[in-house]
Design a protein around this ligand. Structure first.
Ligand code: NAD
Length: 491
């Protein structure tokens, strides 16, 4: 079993506390790697390294040179994509087909933000005062902390690292304790691309032992966090104490809304892809299917027929369609929600418990599960499960669909299935969600802003909006009149 090290100031180092913990393969349940258990001492060293790099070599590079490094890094990731995907699947149990797809996308973000690095421009403001020249500069923030979850480790880290580095910041990245191993292989590529030491640092460990001292460190300017909303709330409070800038990408309870004028077969595929494609372990899971009452029964029959065909098994097998749950606590949490849904009176139409198929080995598998008869206020319809559990809620008209869809604390994404342009545009306007898909689901791009309304988050990742999250504006005033104004009056 490989004993990994952390990357601090360009050197691979053991944790100061001398402790490691096991990373488990969710398909076999067996330990397969040893991950350093970082602590406050490591945090101090990593932040100091990031600060020194920010004030030293990184700041001295031109924006174009930063862009070149990001693009070089993109090429290296592209060459290693299959290897990185295999590490991710072994570590977090998500399908190899999904992780290969994600790793093919990752270079796009580094190319895009590499291209943006030298297009960050200030403005000249035509100030309405005589004798002054005013312009703005867009400047980096300093040391950025990136904290990421286990479900899409490298893609979600990329969404932070690419814009943060393009904007001229340096980074300390803490991956999830459940899926840290790909971070080590990824970080080696920053070295190979030629990034100065300390520009990207990786420290691993638990949220309270590494995450908290990172967030509260006085030399950290910004926290970019992806994870659950309860953790996000805590992270927000900690960051508030130091008045740190923050981006929060949190959970969701997204509605996939199917109207009676939709292409039903396409909508069935869309609903399945929304909830079962990543074993439901995606922030944008379409975990509530809102189905127009007139097509409800027909839709459910077709949905059950398709969901029943899902091939479960080894996530490293490219033909597998539903893999294991990534962590044991998460496995337990999903089973708890299935119990709660039954107790609340929802009707279990498919699955409803652990999968004991031989192809599932000793992994933490749960059968694709579908509940009908779900009422909008039930916990199963309000809380994020983060597993392969779908709640079906019937509706009678557009107003009811909007009310139910918007009736949770979350607002990450929504899907609308309709052939009416009027309805598509009207729904896109009225849904309280950072992303609305019409007649498709789970599409993302480096070009399009992504983020949450309401409790699903603050700030945007991807697209031009994302780089602004890592910049601050300075206003510069220059006197061009040459005569001193009255010093006792505001100019
Ligand atoms: P989590 O909140 O448990 O952990 C996320 C990260 O926060 C991990 O690195 C963890 O170690 C760290 N952390 C935990 N406690 C901390 C603390 N006290 N201080 C600082 N850091 C701490 O989330 P998870 O279970 O790893 O991931 C699943 C969650 O992430 C789901 O809720 C999902 O919806 C959300 N998610 C959101 C998006 C998005 O873009 N909106 C994307 C993927 C996942």
């Amino acid at each position: 079993m490989k004993k990994h090290q952390m990357l601090i100031a360009g050197k691979w180092v053991d944790p100061a506390g001398g402790e490691w913990f096991e990373s488990l393969n969710p398909f076999t349940g067996a330990a397969w790697a040893l991950v350093p258990r970082g602590g406050k001492e490591d945090v101090d060293l990593a932040v100091a390294a990031a600060k020194a790099a920010y004030e030293g070599p990184w700041r001295k590079l031109t924006a174009s040179a930063r862009g070149d490094l990001l693009r070089k890094f993109a090429e290296l990731v592209a060459a290693e994509a299959d290897k990185l995907a295999e590490i991710e699947t072994t570590d977090n149990g998500k399908l190899i087909a999904e992780m290969r797809g994600q790793l093919k996308y990752v270079p796009q973000w580094f190319h895009y933000f590499g291209g943006l690095a030298d297009k960050v421009e200030g403005r000249v403001i035509p100030i309405d005062k005589p004798g002054v020249f005013n312009f703005t500069r867009e400047e980096p923030l300093g040391v950025v902390v990136a904290i990421t979850p286990w479900n899409s480790p490298l893609l979600l880290a990329t969404w932070k690292l690419a814009p943060a580095l393009a904007a001229g910041n340096t980074v300390v990245w803490k991956p999830s304790e459940f899926s840290s191993v790909s971070a080590f292989a990824f970080a080696q590529l920053f070295e190979r691309a030629g990034f100065p030491p300390g520009v990207v640092n990786v420290i691993t460990g638990y949220g309270n032992e590494v995450g908290e001292p990172l967030i509260t460190h006085r030399d950290v300017a910004k926290v970019a966090f992806t994870g659950g909303d309860r953790t996000g709330e805590h992270v927000y409070q900690l960051a508030a104490k130091g008045i740190k800038r923050i981006t929060l990408e949190l959970g969701g309870k997204s509605a996939n809304i199917v109207f009676d004028d939709a292409d039903i077969d396409e909508a069935v595929k869309g609903v399945v892809s929304g909830i079962f494609a990543a074993t439901g372990q995606t922030c944008i899971a379409g975990s509530r299917a809102l189905i127009h009452r007139s097509i409800h029964d027909k839709f459910v029959e077709k949905l059950l027929a398709l969901a029943k065909t899902a091939r479960m098994g080894n996530p490293l097998d490219a033909n597998t369609q539903v893999g294991p749950i990534t962590t044991q606590p998460q496995y337990q949490k999903v089973l708890d929600y299935i119990r709660i849904a039954n107790e609340e009176g929802a009707v279990c139409r498919l699955g409803g418990g652990p999968a004991s198929r031989p192809e599932c080995g000793s992994g933490w598998f749960i059968e694709p599960t579908i509940f009908t008869g779900v009422k909008p206020q039930m916990r199963i319809a309000q809380e994020e499960v983060f597993g392969p559990v779908l709640s079906i809620i019937p509706f009678d008209d557009e107003e009811e669909a909007i009310r139910v869809a918007n009736g949770t604390v979350y607002g990450l994404a929504a899907g609308v299935w309709t052939t009416s342009i009027r309805r598509a545009l009207m729904m896109a306007e009225r849904l309280e969600a950072g992303t609305v898909w019409v007649n498709t689901y789970r599409a993302v791009s480096y070009m399009s802003p992504f983020g949450g309304y309401k409790r699903s988050g603050i700030g945007r990742e991807s697209g031009i909006d994302a780089i602004r999250e890592y910049l601050q504006t300075k206003s510069v005033w220059i006197d061009i009149a040459g005569s001193a104004p009255n010093p006792f009056v505001m100019r």
